[in-house]
Design a protein around this ligand. Structure first.
Ligand code: TXA
Ligand code: MG
Length: 343
């Protein structure tokens, strides 16, 4: 049985945090909220605990985990060195939704890094995550607390739906703030490269490190999988999802045509709709799940994964959604996650 403990996200109960910290120190597996999504935590230096995380998530062993620490200094034993650019980025963005890939030290188990010569490090800002790290005084490896290839969990109910009975404890701190996983940047050598877009976008990173490039523009070695999270099929609903990447008018015309074709073949269709499209899409006879207004990317990001889960629950034959066209720091992260969901 998985225990679920509700806490005040701004001021978590010390008793619950102490129990969770003890569980982690003893090799247990605990889900907890971060400012991005819920993480599934385990003692990063305990191989058996790490293997429990992979087993609970049904995650392939070649997909490395992010190690969460309370401060930049706490990362020192885990890495070969902390390069000056990492210090600058940490000073600007930590605690917060940025993960840095650095050259690892020998102390980090191969199970955490999937045998790579690097390790991903993040200092989260959520008060529950911070309290847990400070109390446990260990590095906590934590992937998102979902079954592999399901949308990441932004509420404790999502964690329960995927992992009930497989993990020891879920700390319920309500809905997460950002709703999309952290930005991952590779600082392990060569040109600093964004491996996964997130709330800290290219422009923000450029203000600190002008030579940073996004993964798409960068030339990735074809032999090694630099970040398996960059695999196209990831974060996806079970129902096949079609993404319309065009301006609003063009996308709506195509969506309506496809929806009508599917309906006329007797298929059931769910449209994941921006608030401003609900009127237009609503009279087609499709099922609707409302996302948020396209003019509010913060709300779209916060609700995206919950909305994808709602779409799945409707059990339709297809999910149709158009990409976000608003210019905003979160837009490329939202577009990225919609593309992966559609792959
Ligand atoms: O916001 C987040 O980052 C959340 C919360 C819980 O912190 N965690 C998260 O973990 O999204 P996960 O495991 O779902 O995604 C980790 C990503 C994957 O894309 C993985 O491939 C990449 O980080 N990664 C981990 N270690 C890496 C490494 N050494 N080199 C390159 N990519 C790495
Ligand atoms: Mg994940």
């Amino acid at each position: 049985m998985t225990d679920l403990q509700r806490v005040d996200p701004a001021d978590p109960d010390a008793g619950v945090i102490a129990r969770a910290a003890e569980l982690l120190r003893a090799g247990g597996v605990v889900a907890f909220p971060t400012e991005t999504v819920y993480g599934l935590g385990a003692h990063a230096l305990d191989r058996a605990a790490i293997l429990r995380v992979f087993a609970a998530k049904e995650r392939p062993a070649n997909d490395p985990l992010i190690v969460h620490v309370a401060t930049l200094d706490a990362a020192t034993p885990l890495v070969e060195e902390i390069p000056p650019v990492a210090r600058e980025l940490a000073a600007r963005f930590w605690p917060g939704p940025l993960t840095m890939v650095l050259k690892r030290s020998a102390r980090v188990p191969d199970e955490v890094t999937a045998g790579l010569a690097t390790v991903a490090i993040r200092v989260p800002s959520h008060p529950v995550a911070r309290a847990l790290l400070e109390r446990a005084r260990i590095p906590i490896a934590a992937p998102s607390a979902n079954l592999f290839s399901r949308p990441s969990p932004t509420r404790a109910a999502h964690v329960l739906a995927d992992l009930n009975g497989r993990i020891d404890l879920i700390i319920d701190g309500g809905a997460t703030d950002v709703g999309l996983e952290s930005t991952v940047i590779d600082l392990s050598g060569g040109v600093p490269t964004i491996l996964r877009p997130g709330a800290i976008d290219l422009d923000a990173l450029r203000q600190v490190i002008p030579d940073v490039v996004s993964g798409r523009a960068a030339t990735l070695p074809t032999t090694a999988m630099r970040s398996p999270g960059m695999l196209p099929k990831h974060y996806s609903p079970i129902t096949p999802l079609t993404l319309y990447e065009a301006d609003r008018e063009t996308a709506l015309v195509r969506m309506k045509r496809d929806a009508q074709q599917r309906l006329s073949r007797g298929e059931s269709v769910v449209v994941l709709s921006y608030t401003e499209d609900v009127g237009e899409m609503g009279n087609l006879g499709v099922q609707l799940v409302e996302l948020a207004s396209e003019s509010n990317p913060v709300a779209v990001a916060a609700r995206l994964y919950a909305a994808l889960r709602e779409c799945d629950e409707l059990g339709a034959g297809a999910i149709l959604v158009r990409t976000i066209t608003t210019r905003h720091p979160l837009s490329s992260a939202i577009q990225d996650r919609l593309r992966r969901a559609a792959a």
